[in-house]
Design a protein around this ligand. Sequence first.
Ligand SMILES: [Ca+2]
Ligand SMILES: [Ca+2]
Length: 535
Amino acid sequence: MATYFTSTTGNDNNSGNQSFPFLTIARGLQSVVTGDTLYIRGGAYSEEINNQTQVVASGTSWSNPVTISSFSTEIVTLNGGGRLNLNGYGSTIAQYIIFNGLILDGQTTGDTGVFFGGPLVHHIRLQNSEVRNYFHQGIQGYDNTNIELINVKSHHNGIDRLKHGLYMAVQNLLIDGCEFYSNSGYGIQLYHQSGTNLELNGGIVRNTRVYNNLGDGGVTINNTSNFLFCNNLVYNNVGEGVGVCYNGVNSVRIFNNTFYGNGGNAINICAGVPGTSIQNNIIYNNSGAINDVSGLSFQNKNLINQNPFFVNQSSLDFHLTATSQAVNAGATLIEVTTDFDGTTRPQGSGYDIGAYEFVIFIPSLSITCDDSLPWTLISSGVFINNSLLKTVNFSIKPARWICFRAISEVNGNPWASCAELSVLVNGVSLLPKSSWTIWCFDSQEVGSGNLASRCIDEDINTFWHTQFITGTPGYPHNLVIDLGRPYPLNGFTYLPRQDGGINGTVARYEFYISDYFIPSGRVMQLSMMQPFLAM
Ligand SMILES: [Ca+2]
Ligand SMILES: [Ca+2]
């Protein structure tokens, strides 16, 4: 169970430990045996991982795997056409290998980004990774079993309609929490022309976004007798949403998906395909709805071409609002136990239709870093996922202390970050902030200089980030600020980090105020009280 390191500042004659890392991934792979981990430090590597030209060690089980991973949250890119190739058509076995946190960038010249081929390649997990800008297919795999793609983005791959974000025929395929977008063909093509007819049996695609693909559609499902496609968001593809057509395909379950803005039919079922079950789907604003040429599908509790009252369809937020007729209107489907966000189904009196379950959000009144102030919740909501300034207005509230409470991150990661937090007086940002103090916070990353104070230093290029190097405390994250004296606040602004990174960008937030000054009976640590005792 050894751990090795590779770094762009390393040396292949080193021992490969954290202090003396290797220079190349290739050298790291030479040392790794069953049970070992190779950490790749941040940076760009003009290399590939290829079991036809290198020895890539295998594990023996998911609890004794080989792991090849970026280190912490560092960004690792294999560029220059570098790819991940595990070919098991010959005699080379590849099993129980975890690839984590890798960006594979074809830079428009690479052939196929990821290839898993042949029956000797199985139990491979690719996670938290990105495959982009390949000339041919993004991710490809045939004739193998138990491939898992978890939180993988595959985008801008291919040069024509036969090149796809993913092109696979794999038994027990799991695609969970992924994104396939802006590929030249399908986002997801599940098909094998020369393989066995039912090669894809037992597969699942769930909690996945498929959008803006330029070919014949978002998804096509073939070669399978038992496939589950659930909790997915399929939108704005040039062609169809999902097609079910070829090579003996039958008994596909299309459950609890949201189809929006696709240029063809949301769902196409070809002639002779038996046993398709289409339930609990929202189908809205596509060129067509369900086109079942077979006439054999079972259709139940779909909300078709009726306004589902999304939270904000123009910004592609397909969460439901309280008045949506999709709420509690679905069938109970035992295969679908959670929603796109991981929320347990059902909430309320029954299953909702679409990829999201409507949740009545009850904010917690506990402030982790200071539970003792009499806080008042003023505002809560979900910010749009981009780096633009967010402004929240409310009626005038006098307050001296504010608490910005982050509840979730845009990608579901445990961190929070903030370039600048400001409050509004008469709708204008209160400046300067020189009299403000960070009163308390639950986490900051000292190692990278992303202190809590960076959130109020009037510099948009600096930002607060919660701990990520030696630990990753989870949500909620609290930032309590003393404005120095009470002001008649009528809003606040949140500016996400402006460096192009997205980690920690806040999605759901709560904003609290307190206008009390050390009420009786309050228990505070002396260090926290010091600024006030001095007044
Ligand atoms: Ca419900
Ligand atoms: Ca700042």
